[in-house]
Design a protein around this ligand. Sequence first.
Ligand code: 13P
Length: 255
Amino acid sequence: MARRPMVAGNWKMFKTAGEGAILTQNIEQLVSGVWDEVEIVVCPPFTALKSVSTVIELDRLQMGLGAQDVHWEEEGAFTGAIAPRMLTDLRCDYVIVGHSERREYFGETDESVNKKAKAVYAAGMVPIVCVGESLAVREADETESFVRSQVRAAVEGLGPEDAASLVIAYEPVWAIGTGRTPTPEGANDVARAIRATVGATFGQPAAISMRVLYGGSVKPENAHMFFAEPDIDGALVGGAALEAESFAAIAEAAR
Ligand code: 13P
């Protein structure tokens, strides 16, 4: 089964509600021929989810909507946190879980990533689980074993049917926002290892149908090289997702 490519924009802590709505409309103008072949997803900050969701609904866009984080509990006394049901209420399809910035600055652990992934599925959404090695891990030549262990921890206890729809973004920490990237072949090696790890736990059908994205300094100029790799099914884009032109160009490259 051919996997449908996905290009997802992680807006991080950029764009107000109004700015996000405008960006979404501008993306829409530029990607009209791409929808059928490429799944396009935008992940605004929580405060822009409603306005972006409204644009998607009113303009009947085939654009997926994702949040950047979630709490694993259904509800409760967790000041500042957002529950899964609050996201489905805004028609979110996806939630980014375990981004390296959340691991580094907000105490996210393999264990919390796993709890969040389960909670996202339980609410009827799909997690985009982020994994990736630091420069120190890479220089110690431990990238694959490190990433495999992050993947195993993240997917523990999921059902096989959940694993089949899973999205994992391979984002080397040293490539995020730096303009540096691994070679496409090197990124594909890790993507293949991620797929094999999921396959070892959930079986070959899940490994074949899950999607692995590459993330880290993806730009219109380099996107096609990553997309040409057999185990890379798209991209999770940071900086270049904040401009409609560059994001649309990356989506076009995924066709
Ligand atoms: P950049 O594309 O800005 O390097 O960010 C990648 C990223 O962290 C996406 O989640």
